[in-house]
Design a protein around this ligand. Sequence first.
Ligand code: PYC
Length: 427
Amino acid sequence: MSGGNGNGRPEKLRGYSAWSLLRRGLTHEDWPRAWREHELRSSYDAVIIGGGVHGLATAYYLARDHGMRNIAVLEKAYVGGGGSGRNTAILRSNYLTPEGVRFYDRSVKLYEHLAADLNFNVMFSQRGHLTLAHNDASLRTMHWRTEVNKLQDVDSEVIGPDRIAELVPYLDVSDETRYPILGALYHPPGGIVRHDAVVWGYARGADVHGAHIHQQTEVTGIDVSGGRVTGVQTNRGRIATPVVLNATAGWSSLISDMAGVAMPVQTSPLQAAVTEPVRPFLDTVVVSGTLHVYVSQTDRGELVFGASVDPFASYSMRGSLEFTEGIAGHVLELMPALHRMRLLRQWSGLCDMTPDYSPIMGPTPVEGFYVDVGWGTYGFKAGPVSGEAMAACLATGKPPEIISSFGLDRFLSGRLVGEKGAAAVGH
Ligand code: PYC
């Protein structure tokens, strides 16, 4: 460790007794705040609604790369308390459309350097990502995705059961199972990240570059006059601003309605669960669309299990026994040896699904009102590239090429970007 003094202790901790270190750890004495609190200004050059990874990353790149510092991020609860803290932290770029592959690949590249950029360890582990095929139709889609991925220079290949068994010895690849594994799409650059660290790192970075982060600040209205945005109403007062970005998840259609812009979005809950920690044995991410399940092991040893969205539209974030029973059954179909593991907790988040399973990003018919919404079950992995692209869009008024296919106008023109075959599990 740099700054060591021979007894293994970093220089800044020299002279502290073990007792003193323990006291400081428990009381947080001398701990600087990661980001500051500010009075709410009566005007900002831009207001970003939503303090998740998308909103914070946008603020960070807007301030760092475009020199816009009089900006605010408004979060109705606490930073990272929505979808950014309620996902399974899987990163990958093995999508089906060229637009999707290019976009998510840029995100993976940004994630690769994020710890250095933010000076914050986000624990990105590129351990590889396997999407299992249990029938001929899935195998065909895996081949299709491989070809599209390769054309975009993204590392993906279809592998057979023997290679799968080498990568994940605990998987049952025999043909004795109810859903035999015929092959898999293997994507080595995929992996997992520590989602809280990503959110905190962006919040800290945005703060360092001058952005104001306001927690407990709920938007209650958006002022529009003569077809353009003039301000936002909040539970702490009005803010005048010419630029507003809706970077919310779960409530994206409600926020857009405040500006009079309808979103083709339906909201459904997505549940996930985590087990007790065990020794590391699973060093790839395993996904089965047919079984509606994905499994990874965190650096703490817990297994993280996720499923498809609940089969109904709702704003409820309650866990259900149906989910727990379903996920346990599906995990055991894949890895019977896990039958003695215990689930520790489960959680739920809200997913805004669009008709083509691609996001909605860019300007809207209301001048100055922008959206970065419709993230379904795949928003967390897109945080960095969305922040970078939306920052460019807000600063220049024009969507950069990398998001030009994801505009709201595609639902009028019919130029949809169909990602259903690769966007998530179980569709
Ligand atoms: O799109 O990779 C994905 C994903 C993982 C969990 C939910 N969606």
